[in-house]
Design a protein around this ligand. Structure first.
Ligand SMILES: Cc1cc2nc3c(=O)[nH]c(=O)nc-3n(C[C@H](O)[C@H](O)[C@H](O)COP(=O)(O)OP(=O)(O)OC[C@H]3O[C@@H](n4cnc5c(N)ncnc54)[C@H](O)[C@@H]3O)c2cc1C
Length: 353
């Protein structure tokens, strides 16, 4: 490949697909499938602090919603937010084949906005199944349609989510990026938008795994216990008035084992040879993960050959911050790209599209 790939559409295009793979940390990976629409109703709205709102969505359509054998890890979906003054487009616009073109063919002021979110919890075994999504409200600066929708959503409102569906013969299906392969130790790092994913990964890690999680949040309201069966150390960093990502970047650098911080020339040369330094167009989100590369570039490292004592690194959040950490870990420390997943979840000054 010629550089990191960009996830324009986390569930609608190829990036929604998951390759089949070997078990790692108990995770089972199902073959790829297109995202399908789930018409849902807002059941509950709960504030988890001034800047995070949990919205519970339910509907019988979720009886078809696919998980990784019950686990959701960092499972991503698309939420369709209605355009102001309009109702949601009909769900059948999102027929699996060619839905994006069909949706883009709707009048721009009426088709709504698609935004990526993480399934924080899925309670699918109920007669009326539910999922929770945690929305970051960004009180300062520009407001996007999704954050605005989350501010005003109320029980009874209609919602449409695009996500993975079970298929006959392939019951487990997930838009999951977390893929540690054989690694038994994971380093998870992210800002508040990655909090739902990090909480999900920690919850789904099996006993025997070890994890270090570093999470930067705007204020202390979001600091909370995160249940896990793994042996996990969780470091919370309250941003306060510091620039976004500054504290997280420093902490991740500190977390890198000392020998990796000063690799020898052989490792650095190998890293430079394998790592094109262009980082994609300025206005796009960085998306560079072993899963994604495996889909698009034959022969790319995917981490499955990693020894069990290798560390798998998963980093998500504001794209500029993730890009800087990618540079440091891959270029300066020579970390194998098969063991590092970098995901720009949003970018300062740039609306998702
Ligand atoms: C795979 C994936 C999973 C994600 N999971 C979650 C999740 O579970 N919860 C969650 O809250 N977000 C999550 N995000 C991030 C979320 O998709 C973006 O924050 C998105 O931009 C929000 O859409 P919007 O319509 O509010 O803003 P947009 O219309 O996309 O952007 C409008 C403006 O708001 C700014 N902006 C966007 N997000 C933020 C923010 N968090 N803080 C400050 N300014 C912001 C943009 O820079 C832009 O200037 C995820 C993203 C991805 C790719």
């Amino acid at each position: 490949m010629s550089g990191p790939r960009i996830a324009q559409d986390a569930t609608g295009r190829s990036s929604s697909a998951l390759p089949s793979g070997e078990p790692g940390m108990g995770a089972r990976r199902a073959p790829s499938a297109a995202a399908v629409p789930f018409p849902l109703t807002v059941l509950a709205v709960e504030d988890l602090g001034p800047r995070l709102r949990r919205i519970t969505l339910g509907g019988v359509s979720l009886l078809r919603f696919a998980t990784d054998d019950g686990a959701t890890w960092d499972l991503r979906v698309k939420v369709l937010v209605p355009s102001p003054g309009h109702t949601l487009p009909p769900a059948d616009v999102f027929a699996p084949k060619g839905w994006r073109q069909a949706w883009l063919g709707l009048p721009e002021n009426a088709r709504g906005h698609l935004r990526s979110y993480t399934v924080r919890e899925a309670r699918l075994e109920e007669a009326y199944p539910e999922i929770d999504i945690d929305f970051v409200l960004h009180p300062h600066g520009p407001q996007g349609p999704a954050a605005q929708w989350a501010r005003t959503a109320a029980p009874g409102d209609q919602a449409l989510v695009l996500g993975p569906a079970t298929r006959p013969g392939s019951p487990e299906q997930a838009g999951v990026e977390f893929a540690p392969g054989a690694a038994r130790h994971v380093l998870l790092a992210g800002d508040e938008t990655a909090l739902p994913a990090i909480a999900g990964i920690l919850r789904d890690l099996p006993a025997g795994a070890t994890a270090q999680a570093i999470i930067e949040v705007p204020d202390g309201h979001l600091v909370r216990g995160m249940p896990t069966g793994a042996d996990a150390a969780i470091e919370w960093l309250v941003r306060g008035t510091a620039p976004h990502g500054e504290r997280l970047t420093e902490a991740v650098r500190r977390a890198v084992p000392a020998p990796l911080r000063s690799p020898g020339p052989a490792v650095l040369n190998r890293a430079l040879a394998a790592e094109p330094l262009d980082i994609g167009p300025e206005r796009e989100l960085l998306w560079d993960t072993p899963q994604y590369r495996r889909l698009f570039s034959a022969g790319e490292p995917d981490g499955h050959g990693m020894p069990g004592d290798a560390v798998y690194v998963w980093i998500a959040g504001e794209s500029t911050m993730v890009t800087a950490l990618r540079r440091y870990l891959v270029r300066d420390c020579g970390l194998d790209r098969g063991q590092v997943a970098f995901m720009g979840y949003w970018k300062h000054g740039v609306a998702q599209h």
